[in-house]
Design a protein around this ligand. Structure first.
Ligand code: IMP
Ligand code: MG
Length: 194
């Protein structure tokens, strides 16, 4: 039996939400379009056995899961973690924690998949680490790109949606570890974010 709220918003979350910015159907449609482009662009790398898809955990959990199942290509999935938003902060504080990259990155064409491009620090940090670890090339795929002045300019190859400056949650994105399981992308009410 599916949970009773499947297909709707969980009741306790509903009261924290100001508005839905992007609903689950729009997300699914856009992911299909991104997947079509990725298949065209990455099949050579996949055929040569050097494609690695690197989800940045935990925010890109659902995005990656939905995206990779639409890619009929040969590739490895190598998650990583980079943290820049400790606890209840809604502002990027710089990189606070980053996982070590494995040997398998050497010579790989890496597609980094992240939930959202904000200050740019996360992707900039990953690009430097991946190239240092011997990656052949690095591409970025983000579901959301926030319209903000970035601390570091990032050339993002694949973008799901450009969004205005707001703190968003859902579909993997969290505030203090919560709301990730919301199926849509929503803006939180001001009193929740504080
Ligand atoms: P950046 O390093 O500032 O570009 O931030 C990227 C990371 O910060 C993302 O991978 C998210 O985990 C987190 N982040 C940035 N903006 C938001 C938001 O609006 N909601 C939730 N997480 C966010
Ligand atoms: Mg993240």
């Amino acid at each position: 039996m599916p949970p009773f709220w499947l297909g709707s918003i969980p009741a306790p979350m509903l009261s924290d939400i100001d508005r839905i910015l992007i609903d689950r159907d729009a997300i699914a449609d856009r992911i299909e379009q991104l997947a079509e482009r990725l298949v065209l662009d990455l099949s050579a790398e996949a055929d040569e056995g050097r494609l690695v898809v690197m989800p940045v955990m935990t925010g890109s959990l659902f995005f990656t899961a939905d995206l990779v199942r639409l890619l009929p290509l040969t590739f490895r999935i190598q998650p990583t973690t980079v943290k820049s938003y400790p606890g209840k902060s809604t502002q990027s504080q710089g990189i606070v924690e980053s996982a070590l990259l494995p040997e398998t990155i050497k010579g790989a064409s890496v597609l980094v998949v992240d939930d959202i491009l904000d200050s740019g620090r996360t992707l900039d940090h990953l690009q430097t680490s991946l190239l240092q670890a011997g990656a052949k090339d690095v591409r970025f795929c983000v579901l959301l790109r926030k319209d903000v002045r970035r601390a570091v300019e990032i050339d993002c190859d694949y973008v799901g949606f450009d969004i205005p400056e707001a703190f968003v949650v859902g579909y993997g994105l969290d505030f203090d570890g919560l709301y990730r399981n919301l199926p849509d992308i929503a803006v939180l009410r001001k009193h929740v974010v504080g």
